[in-house]
Each structure stands twice: as structure tokens, then as C-alpha cells.
Design a protein around this ligand. Structure first.
Ligand code: SF4
Ligand code: SF4
Length: 153
């Protein structure tokens, strides 16, 4: 599923300049590369037209805005992307849609409409996109759901 993102095509006297574009509409993930703190991570999640989805890790972000500056679209990934929180203080200090893992496999969730509620694994009460991202995190990226050792919360 991964392919070459950029093809270095020689200039042909001003012809075919469009073909020399890096086709960032095919695979972007620029926000994962420009973040100095690795706070944006590309994961593979089922159920999306594009299986590569960006997850934001709030605990690593200092809101420098770099990813928003470099996003080729109008996105502000550090504000727009589904976010994993590692502390209640960080959750309360953000307006991002996302999850704060709680004890016993539950999550405090902020929905796209801003409402906050608790979600348990056996509940099917999340919007499809959130549910698919959370399923992928639990299955393949569970390390992202806990604060790394030494993190200051
Ligand atoms: S705003 Fe946050 S996620 Fe974006 S580049 Fe800065 S530290 Fe990284
Ligand atoms: S949020 Fe912007 S920079 Fe990140 S993958 Fe999407 S288009 Fe690219």
C-alpha cells in the first residue's frame, strides 16, 4: 500500500511541469514530518477511503503551529485531527475531538459537536470515524494510549 511519493522528472523546456509535482494529494503525511515533537502520527485504520489516518498526540504538542503552516490544505492538524490525551488536565484544556483513556477500558470522549461523555468498549455510540480510529489504536497502536515514561503530565 505504500508507494513512491515523489518522482524526480527532468524539466523538458517548460513542458509537462505539472507531472513534476510531488503528488501530495496521493500521500501527504506532511504534518507527521514537520512536527518537531512527533505529535502527529499516521496510522492505518480500516473503514476509510484513505486507510492512512493522522492521529494527534496532545501530550507531545506545544502548539507551535508548524503542521498547520505546512499542511497543503486548509487544515490545522493539531486542532483538527482526532486526538489522544494522556491527562484530564490536557483534555480539559483542549477543544479537540478525541479520547482520554480511563481505568477499566473506558474513555472520556469529546465528540465532533463538542459534547463530552464517557465511552465504554461495549458501547456503539461513537461516530464511524472515531470508532474506526479507536479500533485501530486499540488493536495496533495501544502504546499511543498511554503516556510514555517520563512524560510530564
Ligand atoms: S502544532 Fe503541535 S503537532 Fe503541530 S508541529 Fe507544532 S508541536 Fe507538532
Ligand atoms: S492534515 Fe494536512 S499535512 Fe496532514 S496529512 Fe492531511 S493534508 Fe497532509
Amino acid at each position: 500500500m505504500h508507494g513512491r511519493r515523489g518522482l524526480l522528472i527532468a524539466a523538458i523546456n517548460g513542458k509537462a511541469e505539472g507531472d513534476r509535482c510531488l503528488t501530495c494529494d496521493v500521500v501527504c503525511e506532511v504534518c507527521t514530518e514537520v512536527c518537531p515533537n512527533r505529535a502527529n502520527v499516521a496510522i492505518t485504520a480500516g473503514g476509510f477511503a484513505d486507510p492512512r489516518q493522522i492521529v494527534h498526540l496532545d501530550g507531545l504538542c506545544n502548539e507551535c503551529g508548524n503542521c498547520g503552516t505546512f499542511c497543503p490544505h486548509a487544515g490545522r492538524p493539531y486542532k483538527d485531527k482526532i486526538t489522544v490525551f494522556w491527562s484530564r488536565a490536557d483534555f480539559d484544556g483542549s477543544a479537540n475531538t478525541g479520547f482520554l483513556p480511563l481505568a477499566g477500558g473506558a474513555y472520556l470522549t469529546r465528540m465532533p459537536d463538542g459534547s463530552v461523555r464517557e465511552h465504554r468498549r461495549d458501547q456503539e455510540d461513537l461516530p464511524a470515524g472515531m470508532s474506526q480510529v479507536l479500533a485501530a489504536l486499540e488493536k495496533d497502536y495501544s502504546f499511543m494510549l498511554v503516556a510514555p515514561l517520563g512524560a510530564q503530565l
